[in-house]
Write a protein that binds this ligand. Sequence first.
Ligand code: HDL
Ligand code: ZN
Length: 413
Amino acid sequence: MSMDTSALRAMVEDVVDRARVTDMHTHLFAPEFGSLLLCGADELLTFHYLISESFRVHRMPYSDFWRLSKAEQSAQIWRSLFVENSPLSEAASGVISVARRLGCDPAALSLQSLREALPSRPTPEYVQRVLDAAGVDEIVMTNDPFDPAERACWTDTFRYDPRFYAALRLDAMMNRLEQVCPLLRADGYEVDPQLGGKSVPELKRFLEAWIERTQPVYVAFSVADDFVYPDGGIRGRILDEVVLPVCREHKLALALMVGARRQVNPQLQLAGDSVANASVRPLEALCVNHPDNRFLVTMLSRENQHEIVVAARKFHNLMVFGCWWFVNTDSLVEEITRMRLELLGPTFIAQHSDARVLEQLIYKWDRVRSVLKRVLADKYERLAQDGWCVTRADVERDVDRLVRTNFWDFVRW
Ligand code: HDL
Ligand code: ZN
């Protein structure tokens, strides 16, 4: 006996609401990393998305803004985006959602009441409260072996919250080798920018040391639209001679985050990056030339979304994931998720939050769930109308794949 449409849609929505999530790409850190885990009202308001949006209103000289304290920056952003304007953007409206879900009265919200409601240091109880509110069970961090603040944490005896997992981020090695060679040599690795001498085995030794130290669930790097493959240059050689073989030996997936054009406005600092439409051809070449490697891929440009989904149809060692950064907005997440379901079925990773501040998990996952409810209810409704028996167990399995098990099955091959 099939359910009627409204009962079916209500069941799908309930399954999505209750689904537990693995957030497979964030910039959060386990509490044991200390001040690297950001939380509280001022961190939420000085999220770099809101910094760049606020400049469109206050138009302060960049140096004047950067001279402000974090609390003063936060107050300026509050005035610009929440007082002088309605918080209509994805990131600004997210602050209101977080405030509501953490017990504030949005109708009477002030910077003061937000600061009172959100602590600036995360107690274990608060971390649990936020994870429960977001329905997130596992969080994958972004771990940069070249970041001085983070390197200091990774001592031999370092242990951290088992709900957090490491992902080794190699942007500096892949894109700025010359810049990080001094640090590699200071660490005892004989690497030169032209990859002469023992550079290749030494880079392998470096990578394996950090794999041993961090036990990552995957290795990652981002590129702009300049990514080519095959590539006889430095990055291509590091890929072919170091990263791909080490990932194979350690059974680690490689995440390629494509289309991030860095620092188009350096005056905005972390907020100064932009987007570039990139070619999918290098990704296809990687998949076809390295069938024993697995590639997690996300692309930043809206225009790349269709072709990367088609590429995922061609290569089962390519797992498309998330709606990244500038395509992580209600309308684009819905457009992309519908397209992926229609071309891949439930065989992709629906979303990652990219959260930088703990409380962002709440609004970012609320938004994903609301999209998944709409999209999946439509798809199951059509199946039911064609006479397919849609059971709650099947919907639970499919949703679990989209927000959790497709990731773990892919990285734990
Ligand atoms: O490169 C990345 O992982 C991006 O997510 C950047 O960190 C970006 O600044 C960001 O936070 N996007 O959400
Ligand atoms: Zn990110």
